[in-house]
Design a binder for this molecule. Structure first.
Ligand code: AGP
Length: 596
């Protein structure tokens, strides 16, 4: 995790530019933050806590220099203290380094450096980097060679940025951690993610693993490990800077929940032909998989469960795996496709599973939100969900867009009897989500049950992943116990947890056998005095057994999953708001989890 930034060419505004960029990257980690500016020496300030704490620490400091780096941390090695905050320095104080990732051989490097007389001041793996650079410089290497030699010795995942006293450049390298350059006429930026510099430029260059960048007053160069120049494409970012502001909402999460209709329209635009009953998902070619394995984590895993069900329904064997457990999966057979569902495209567990799939000879597809992300670049194919940037740590609009994109994928690569109904439900989906947003009674439900001791969520079929997602959202932003179950599983153990103080959210759509069985499960919890909140399209009589009802418009069960989930997002959001939680940055979490 962690967010890094660097910039040259901003003159007196260098410090402000770095701190502004860090504020845009805070979703990647908020345990500590720091900046370093290079002039004939290094001016550095860092602090545990959020960017606001760094700003406070900077208020009585003068840092000068027009070449700088910054960092916001999500702890991996060592607790979130001032000492462990980045940037880290060498013994002379002339080298400053920020790093995202994990240096796997840091212990042996550290032992070697300590043996050679270096003094360490932090618990981090990162600190070996400035000391190695210090050694290389003292052996006579010029700054660029010193950084290159050091990077060559690192094993593991890293995006590093380095400044050195008396040198006009920022040096950067990446392996398995994201790094992107921002290109402007007079200034150049580097960062873990585009929002860090999007207010200044929309021109970007995505670095690949093994590439090395040098930014200075003359511009920027990207080279390979041997120092050969690599000609890189300059891409233009398609979204506006305002898309990463809160637009009047109290939290990014609420804004992003309300952006779902637009996100869904973007996902579907130009991809469905309702008249013909067909979908066009671009240049993916003829995938025609004989089987599909999904790999994903967290919310994206819940979307993957939905995706696997879509393919099974179309008669294609499909399974969803937690990416971190994929190593134990049966290898993909024949012409199977392995699909990584990942909002960020940078989740280490998912990337690792996709790489394992490639090693096993499978074709891979990334279903992702981030163009140019590692998953998109490494997979054979990429299908973009087009949700726009998501800043809140809790995934909301991207889940809705993942479900829509996976429906497009299933429709585009397999045949299903009710394609026309699904396409028409997808067409109606943005408007239906808007109806839910306009009319949801989620806030009243949240007010009634904010003191509950636990929350349970149940659903069958397409509503089972929604139950799991409802519980994940509730626990991550309210810090309260919540669990989601396949409705039929409740009676096999979890029912023992059900009391009058544990509201049960039951998602019941349609009026088929599944709905009737779920209503049977609702009666079981009702008999144990649990309050029941039904999320329903009103087709069944579940309302008779529910204490509260959250209505969704009648639609295809696949689309109903998105609608039911919208209510549950709002219930979690309002509960967390009532409890005064840090909704956009829940404790211990980060938006993009780039460690395994
Ligand atoms: C959920 O709200 C979280 N943000 C988390 O579970 C997330 O979905 C997971 O870490 C996977 O992230 P990805 O989609 O970027 O791969």
């Amino acid at each position: 995790m962690c967010g890094i930034i660097g910039c040259v060419g901003r003159g007196d505004e260098t410090l402000d530019t770095l701190v502004h960029g860090l504020s845009k990257l805070e979703y990647r980690g908020y345990d500590s933050a720091g900046v370093a500016l290079a002039n004939d020496h290094i001016d550095l300030c860092k602090h545990s806590g959020k960017i606001a704490d760094l700003r406070e620490a900077l208020s009585d400091r003068t840092l000068s220099g027009s070449v700088g780096i910054g960092h916001t941390r999500w702890s991996t090695h060592g607790p979130p203290t001032d000492e462990n905050a980045h940037p880290h320095q060498d013994c002379t104080g002339d080298v400053a380094v920020v790093h995202n990732g994990i240096i796997e051989n840091y212990q042996s490097l550290r032992d070697e450096l300590v043996g050679a007389g270096h003094t360490f001041t932090s618990d981090t793996d990162t600190e070996v980097v400035p000391h190695l650079i210090e050694d290389a410089l003292s052996s006579g290497a010029d700054p660029e060679d010193a950084v290159r030699e050091t990077v060559d010795r690192l094993e593991g995942s890293y995006a590093v940025a380095v400044v050195i006293a008396g040198c006009d450049s920022v040096f950067a390298a990446r392996n398995d951690s994201p790094l992107v350059l921002g290109i402007d006429d007079d200034a150049t930026y580097l960062a873990s993610d585009v929002p860090a510099f999007r207010d200044f430029t929309d021109k970007v260059v995505y670095l690949a693993d093994g590439e090395f960048a040098r930014l200075n007053g003359a511009g920027w160069t990207v080279t390979d490990t041997d120092g050969n120049i690599i000609e890189k494409d300059i891409d233009t970012v398609q979204w506006d800077p305002e898309e990463t502001g809160k637009s009047g909402y109290d939290h990014f999460m609420l804004k992003e929940i309300h952006e779902q209709p637009r996100a869904l329209r973007q996902c579907l635009r130009g991809r469905v032909d309702e008249l013909a009953g067909t979908v066009d998902i671009g240049d993916l070619g003829d995938l025609s998989p004989t089987g599909v394995q999904f790999v994903a984590c967290g919310t994206s895993y819940h979307a993957a469960l939905h995706g696997a069900q879509l393919f099974r329904e179309a008669g294609i064997p499909a399974q969803a795996f937690l990416a971190s457990e994929y190593a134990t999966a049966t290898p993909p057979i024949g012409d199977a496709l392995v699909v990584g569902v990942t909002q960020s495209g940078e989740t280490a567990d998912t990337l690792s599973a996709l790489r394992a799939a490639r090693r096993r000879g499978a074709r891979t597809l990334a279903v992702t939100n981030v163009v140019g992300s590692t998953a998109a670049r490494e997979c054979d194919h990429a299908l973009y969900i087009r949700a726009g940037p998501e800043i809140g740590v809790a995934a909301t609009k991207t889940f809705a867009s993942q479900l829509a994109a996976l429906n497009l994928l299933a429709l585009g690569t397999s045949s299903t009897g009710d394609a026309r109904q699904v396409i028409s439900a997808l067409r109606d989906l943005p408007g239906h989500v808007q109806e839910v947003l306009d009319e949801s009674a989620a806030q009243e439900v949240a007010e009634l049950y904010q003191d509950a001791s636990a929350y349970f969520f149940i659903g069958r079929g397409y509503q089972n992943p929604v139950a799991l997602e409802g519980a994940l959202k509730m626990k991550e932003i309210t810090y309260k116990h919540a669990e989601g179950f396949a409705a039929g599983e409740l009676k096999h153990g979890p029912l023992a947890l059900v009391t009058e103080n544990t509201p049960v959210f039951a998602i019941v759509t349609g009026d088929d056998e599944r709905a009737r069985k779920t209503i049977g499960n609702v009666k079981e919890v009702e008999a144990r005095d649990a309050p029941v909140v039904a999320i329903t399209d009103g087709q069944s009589d579940v309302e008779r057994y529910a204490d509260h009802v959250l209505h969704i418009p009648e639609t295809h069960p696949r689309a109903a999953a998105v609608l039911a989930n919208t209510h549950l997002q709002l219930v979690s959001y309002h509960t967390a708001a009532l409890l005064g939680r840090n909704i956009d940055k829940p404790r211990n979490l980060a938006k993009s989890v780039t460690v395994e």
